[in-house]
Design a binder for this molecule. Structure first.
Ligand code: SF4
Ligand code: SF4
Length: 82
């Protein structure tokens, strides 16, 4: 079973690699990657989904609005009361 509750989507081609989201993430879920994006920056990736608490600090801090946060919804099959 997947225990991940939140999904952070990063538009790598909007990211300018400023690192603000990394600095303000309280759970160290984000990191810069080695590859360059189309703007020539090292973009951020969501590396530790299982640690994310959905605090939105990354989305609020990003000056490029490159980050979106979603809550994962668990859909159980009909009749499954677990
Ligand atoms: S929502 Fe919070 S915990 Fe999750 S990646 Fe963003 S800053 Fe980190
Ligand atoms: S705050 Fe936004 S622009 Fe800066 S590194 Fe994070 S995703 Fe990229």
């Amino acid at each position: 079973m997947n225990s991940q509750k939140f999904v952070v989507l990063i538009d790598a081609d909007r990211c300018k690699g400023c690192g603000l989201c990394i600095e303000f993430c309280p759970r160290n879920c984000l990191e810069l990657v080695r590859d360059l994006n189309r703007l020539g920056y090292h973009p951020v990736k969501f590396k530790a989904a299982e640690k994310c608490i959905g605090c939105q600090a990354c989305t609020i801090m990003c000056p490029e609005a490159a980050i979106e946060l979603f809550r994962r919804r668990v859909v159980r099959p009909e009749g499954d009361k677990a």
